[in-house]
Design a protein around this ligand. Structure first.
Ligand SMILES: *[C@@H]1O[C@H](CO)[C@@H](O)[C@H](O)[C@H]1NC(C)=O
Ligand SMILES: *[C@@H]1O[C@H](CO)[C@@H](O)[C@H](O)[C@H]1NC(C)=O
Ligand SMILES: *[C@@H]1O[C@H](CO)[C@@H](O)[C@H](O)[C@H]1NC(C)=O
Length: 245
């Protein structure tokens, strides 16, 4: 589709329509940032821990693929050397209406509910690693049920059981004002960045490594680490050596 390693993305609809109208924007999109990467400035800023911000949305298949294929294996391999900050808002909009926040989401109202579940989990779990595993699980199991609506209940029950996260607490939060407030805060952060597609990744406050980060996350992070752990010395294209169901 695109001339880029980022084959599947959830684009905001404005971008989709403009991309359909012009050949040029299809070719250039997402921007090729490799040149920036090759500048010295990236190798200089090595760190002991890399902060990774991930912007995504709950019903975007590309987000689910990124979590199961890249993010979760990277966190498993690098442990505390990577600090993940998730932001489950994506291409949504927020309205303030009679004292409460209302959202509209790219994949419909169900996605807004899913985003709240993710936001609540982040607030409740308070352990980045576990929250990544849990939300990765939610992304994987939030599927269409028999009546073609999304079956969040099965995902909530299974992922809560699997990762020891209180099911009722997450559910209650997502149905309450707390869930809306949490999601609104993620939205404020997302809107500041003017993000046009998800998953969108920032490494150490920079979005310059977008293609690397979504194409081979662990290698991108290894490049940025002081004293990279032994796992970085192996062929780090984790996708080619293993498959993650
Ligand atoms: C797309 O590219 C073709 C050939 O390169 C050109 O003829 C056409 O006008 C372009 N379309 C748009 C919308 O730019
Ligand atoms: C690297 O950083 C320096 C100082 O911040 C800046 O002046 C320079 O333009 C940067 N180089 C590149 C290639 O971005
Ligand atoms: C966070 O969760 C991970 C994975 O469950 C666990 O290994 C780690 O010990 C936890 N960290 C803290 C500080 O509780």
């Amino acid at each position: 589709m695109f001339d880029s390693p980022l084959v599947s993305l959830c684009l905001f609809y404005i971008i989709i329509s403009s991309a359909l109208n012009t050949n040029a924007s299809v070719k250039r999109y997402p921007p090729d940032r490799r040149k920036l990467l090759e500048s010295e400035n990236f190798s200089i800023s090595r760190k002991n821990t890399v902060v990774l911000k991930v912007f995504y949305e709950s019903l975007c298949p590309a987000s689910a693929d990124f979590f199961s294929g890249q993010l979760q294996p990277t966190v498993e391999a690098l442990g505390t050397r990577v600090k993940v900050i998730m932001n489950p808002y994506g291409n949504a909009e927020t309205k303030h209406y009679r004292g409460v926040y209302k959202f509209s989401c790219q994949h419909g109202p169900e996605e807004c509910y899913g985003n709240k579940l993710h936001a609540c989990a982040i607030g409740i779990i308070r352990n980045n690693t576990r929250a990544v595993f849990y939300n990765s699980c939610l992304l994987k199991y939030s599927r269409k049920g028999e009546d073609s609506s999304i079956d969040f209940t099965t995902a909530l029950n299974w992922c809560g059981y699997k990762h020891g996260v209180p099911i009722r607490q997450v559910w209650k939060c997502a149905h309450s004002r707390r869930g809306a407030n949490l999601l609104q805060r993620f939205g404020r952060e997302t809107h500041k960045l003017n993000i046009k597609y998800v998953p969108y990744v920032m490494l150490g406050d920079s979005s310059a490594m977008q293609d690397q980060a979504t194409g081979n996350l662990i290698a991108a992070i290894c490049q940025m680490l002081h004293y990279p752990p032994p796992v970085c010395g192996l062929n780090t294209d984790i996708r080619s050596s293993k498959t993650y169901p």
